[in-house]
Design a protein around this ligand. Structure first.
Ligand code: 1BO
Length: 272
């Protein structure tokens, strides 16, 4: 497994995303992922599956300090006291003494960012999490957050796949020593019949999804594909035995389109 180093954090390059995974399916897939060699699991308070993620982690029998576990605080808990309480409740559901990374799930313009970041840093100092970071932050918000946060931020977790240009976010994170963690890294399956990815995949005997994930990892981005299918777990982690050429990387960058974003909500920030 390759790792992404970011402001003191060492984030496994491939992780398992669990958005929309629920109940026993979620627990089973987390357990299987860890048994197959995954060492990075991503959940969130709002996914309503922290309990099952915790069950899966324990059932896998992997040493806790070998697993990089992320959860996120939902935006209605950004007032300082709420944030600490919410983080502690996540730990109770996960049945863990701490997580490795605690993120602000989306920006919330209704609570001053400096106050929320102060509370996030406090959660780190209390030992509730080893590292802190943000998710769905634009370049302007990353810059504001870095200035306001009393502790280093390890990452910005954002939607990222070949159809969405994230060059500006990548550059801002690199400037601040932060990692980019990519959710929806295979564009919710939309890449599976992509001619460019199929052609590049044929050269390396890899699937379009594997080409996508390799393309992200070669940019020093950590990717957290979600799946509920065991066979996909193996496919998604089997990307460390080939390399894309510079030309292939460029051909994949050219797939980006202004309409490439797949996850947007009324409460989302104005994307730069
Ligand atoms: C509402 C959840 C978005 C991805 O984490």
């Amino acid at each position: 497994m390759q790792f992404i180093e970011a402001n003191g954090a060492r984030i496994p390059a491939i992780g398992l995303g669990t958005w929309e995974l629920r109940g026993r399916t979620c627990a089973r897939i987390v357990e299987q992922a860890l048994k197959l060699g995954y060492r990075h699991i991503d959940t969130a308070q709002v996914y309503d599956n922290e309990r099952e993620v915790g069950d899966g982690v324990r059932a896998a029998g992997v040493k806790r300090d070998e697993v990089f576990l992320t959860t996120k605080v939902w935006t209605n808990h950004f007032a300082p006291n709420d944030l600490e309480r919410s983080a502690k409740e996540s730990l109770v559901r996960l049945r863990q003494p701490h997580v490795d990374l605690l993120l602000l799930h989306w920006p919330n313009p209704h609570v001053p960012l400096a106050e929320t970041l102060g509370a996030l840093a406090h959660a780190k100092r209390l030992g509730l999490t080893r590292h802190i970071g943000v998710s769905n932050f634009t370049v302007a918000l990353i810059e504001e957050a870095v200035k306001a946060c009393p502790e280093p931020l390890a990452c910005d977790q954002v939607e990222y796949h070949p159809y969405l240009d994230q060059a500006k976010v990548r550059a801002a994170c690199a400037q601040e020593g932060m990692a980019v963690v990519a959710y929806s890294p295979v564009a919710k399956g939309k890449i599976k019949n992509d001619e460019t990815l199929l052609r590049i995949g044929r050269t390396h005997r890899k699937t379009p999804a594997q080409v996508c994930l390799r393309w992200l990892v070669q940019q020093n981005v950590s990717a957290i594909p979600r799946t509920s299918r065991i066979e996909r777990l193996s496919e998604n982690i089997n990307i460390f035995d080939f390399a894309l050429s510079g030309e292939e990387m460029e051909q994949i960058f050219e797939l980006a389109s202004p309409k490439g974003r797949l996850t947007d909500f009324g409460f989302a920030p104005k994307w730069g």
